[in-house]
Write a protein that binds this ligand. Structure first.
Ligand code: GCU
Length: 720
């Protein structure tokens, strides 16, 4: 039997410029400075040292160190001898230290997260924490043992072929070991073979997503006693351009979220407790898929996805910025990801890259993708490859054809443009490429729960706008069942130390839940109402919007029940039938108890009428985004700022006005006056955007409201 010695405790941590200190794993040295903004978190080489006695080994036995996560590179030295160098901060790697063992041993691991030009990730919207942020073990095995070193393998691989009628499964088990023969046991049947065996399961119990994620366990044993086991699932996955994702022969639209592996105060140094908490929150909204962005996550989390039936998009951190010297690292990280995660039934695809062409395309980038794609198919012919494309990538880009399927990261209605452009973009792409399997890999809007508004607007960082945004996007994805998977960006707020927006320095706040997991934003309940079929509930939005300056307030209720009745101070106001979102108008005169009821389920908030908008709710401290105009200002027979850029560009006089202000705006932001025409994809995007939306996005200090009124007045003089 192999013996696993836990090396979690008693490490001596040394970081340049700081006194040595004792730490336990998991540990990151960026738990604080990686989350507090300023993009100034410490990146460099720090070291971890641990003393340990000689482990008991059988004659000919081996002692192998196992590192579950060392970011981003590690150099392993034992008793002064350098034994291994590993590049890639998210996978497991192992080192055989048998030959250098003494009675008392000194292990030193130099870990580095410095900036460089060949190990991904280097440029992306998340903190690149450094440290031994998962566990370390010492594995002692007999002379005859399963492979441990090669790409951090488990030494056992299970490939399942399920018949079309789902009635029989061929389970192929392959093992890697240095023994003479191996006993493989499945469902009480044992086969004694050289390395591989095939089992036949009649009427197998299927792994059927969140409804019934049944897992089998297979065990392999060597005569010398070494033993490994793995769980696996019997399932059939399919991808169709019109039906989207299929699980066990039926359309099974994947609707869920993305997750980063970090948490406030801990960085990425999580334990299984935090992983479980995250899974419980993802299950609570009723998601059936998780995009584990943008790198290989902890095995515990893939195991939880297997256990709870979450279909997983797994990926490597080939992200944002292509590096010519990074090719080998992408191949290494992908080989380790697939080798270490192959048996997880929850994983349904391998993500090659994320928005990798935002800085342009190149032959080298294309070749890198072709090599990655070929590697995935070689290591795993059972799963497709995918990519997450940025919205400005040309829909006819040859890059899209490299992977088997693809998905889009769209942020219309947040970073730019209108909410409706998400719908039109996806419909146009589906129409142009009816043979392509299309997903929606990212969409989201930042929200700081402190900020509220009676007139929510894109870019105001309010919880109110995040609701408006996700209500639109939820409808968008419900109307497009051909989207094979959709992933909210993001389930949780996460550290992006380079950011300073929305009143929280160092965070990306697109989460449905805050970084500390303590607060579920209102939009969390929208998805719970739409997707959770198990747990009846009702939720009133706006509990953090207590001071209301409006005479009549809009009160939204999210529920998976119907009808819903709203009460004010105990008096029934209105009952509505419907699904997911229920909107009510509530007159305000003083302090009120607002209750929503559906059957036995109820929720309540208190609000009070105030004379002036409470500026504490406004991120920009300027109150709700100014309403520049009243409706009366718009004569629809003439041009106005409400027209799209495409419409305005169609009239020479109007175009001249627009181009003049756009050039001035760019100049004021110090941008080279480079019109969108340098990027046809972007030009097409902007054509669908309203000029008003672009001016608002430009912001008051670039285009003051008075200027906007002047522009509109000029346009209104031009008859259509
Ligand atoms: C991009 C990127 C994410 C990033 C997100 C955002 O699409 O893939 O890593 O966090 O946009 O800007 O919030």
């Amino acid at each position: 039997m192999r013996k696993i010695i836990d090396f979690t405790d008693n490490w001596l941590f040394t970081k340049p410029g700081e006194p040595q200190k004792s730490v336990n794993l998991p540990h990151t040295w960026n738990a604080v400075d990686g989350q507090d903004g300023g993009n100034d978190y410490w990146r460099g080489t720090a070291s971890y040292t641990k003393l340990f006695p000689r482990p008991a080994l059988e004659p000919g036995g081996r002692a192998v160190l196992e590192f579950l996560g060392a970011a981003m590179t590690a150099d392993v030295t034992v008793n002064g001898k350098h034994l291994a160098h590993h590049e890639g901060g998210y996978s497991t790697f192992r080192v055989d230290i048998t030959d250098v063992l003494r009675d008392e041993n000194t292990l030193t691991v130099a870990v580095d997260n410095s900036e460089n030009d060949r190990i991904y990730p280097q440029k992306a919207d998340f903190t690149f924490y450094g440290g031994l942020y998962r566990g370390v073990n010492l594995i002692c095995v007999p002379e005859e043992h399963f492979e441990l070193i090669k790409d951090g393998t488990l030494g056992i691989f299970v490939t399942v072929e399920l018949s079309d009628d789902l009635k029989t499964a061929a389970v192929k088990v392959e093992t890697q070991h240095n023994g003479s023969e191996v006993e493989i046991t499945l469902c009480g049947e044992t086969k004694c073979v050289k390395s591989g065996a095939e089992f036949k399961l009649d009427n197998p119990h299927l792994w059927d997503g969140t409804e019934d994620p049944y897992l089998y366990t297979v065990t392999a044993r060597l005569p010398g006693g070494d033993e490994v086991s793995t769980h696996f699932g019997v399932r059939k996955i399919g991808f169709d351009p019109n039906l989207g994702f299929l699980l066990n022969n039926r359309p099974y639209p994947l609707r869920g979220v993305s997750r980063h592996q970090d948490r406030e105060g801990l960085g990425n140094a999580l334990t299984v407790k935090e992983h479980r908490e995250d899974m419980e929150l993802i299950r609570e909204i009723g998601a059936n898929t998780v995009r584990l962005a943008h790198y290989q996550h902890a095995q515990e989390f893939y195991d939880l996805c297997d256990e709870y039936g979450m279909c997983v998009w797994a990926e490597i951190p080939y992200i944002t910025h292509h590096m010519e010297k990074g090719r080998q690292n992408t191949l290494d990280q992908m080989r380790e990801l697939i080798t270490q995660c192959y048996n997880h039934p929850s994983i349904v695809c391998w993500g090659l890259s994320n928005e990798i062409a935002v800085h342009g395309m190149s032959e080298d980038l294309m070749e890198n993708h072709q090599l990655l794609n070929a590697l995935c198919h070689k290591l795993d012919p059972t799963r497709p490859t995918t990519m997450a494309h940025a919205f400005m990538l040309d829909q006819d880009s040859p890059l899209i054809d490299v992977a088997d399927i693809g998905s889009w990261n769209l942020y219309f209605g947040w970073y730019l443009g209108e909410l409706e452009q998400n719908d039109s973009f996806l419909d146009e792409y589906h129409r142009k490429h009816p043979d392509r399997v299309i997903g929606f890999s990212e969409y989201g809007a930042d929200a700081n729960p402190r900020f509220q508004s009676p007139r929510p607007e894109s870019g105001d960082y309010t919880e109110s706008y995040q609701c408006v945004y996700h209500e639109h996007l939820l409808k968008c994805i419900e109307e497009r069942p051909w989207l094979w998977a959709t992933h909210v960006w993001n389930m949780f707020d996460f550290a992006a130390d380079g950011r300073n927006e929305g009143g929280k320095d160092g965070q990306n706040q697109k989460g449905l839940v805050t970084f500390d997991r303590k607060l579920k934003k209102d939009a969390f309940y929208l998805y719970k109402a739409a997707w959770n079929k198990r747990e009846p509930f009702i939720h009133i939005c706006g509990r953090r919007y207590a001071d209301r300056a409006e005479d009549v307030a809009e009160v939204k209720v999210y529920s998976n029940l119907s009808p819903v009745t709203l009460y004010e101070d105990g008096k029934a106001l209105e009952t509505k039938d419907g699904r997911t979102v229920f909107t009510f108008k509530v007159p305000l005169t003083g302090e009120h108890m607002i209750e929503a009821k559906a059957g036995e389920y109820t929720d309540r908030i208190t609000v009070r009428k105030v004379s002036e908008f409470n500026m504490d709710y406004s991120f920009s401290r300027k109150g709700p985004v100014a309403n520049w105009f009243d409706e009366a200002d718009f004569d629809s027979s003439c041009y106005s700022i409400r027209d799209t850029m495409g419409t305005l560009q169609g009239n020479p006089e109007a175009a001249a006005i627009v181009n003049e202000i756009m050039t001035k705006a760019r100049a004021s932001r110090g941008e080279v006056a480079q019109s969108a025409s340098s990027n046809p994809a972007l030009q097409k995007m902007m054509a669908g955007m309203s000029f008003e939306g672009i001016l608002k996005k430009a912001g008051e200090n670039v285009v003051p409201a008075a200027t906007v009124r002047e522009i509109n007045a000029k346009l209104q003089k031009i008859r259509k």
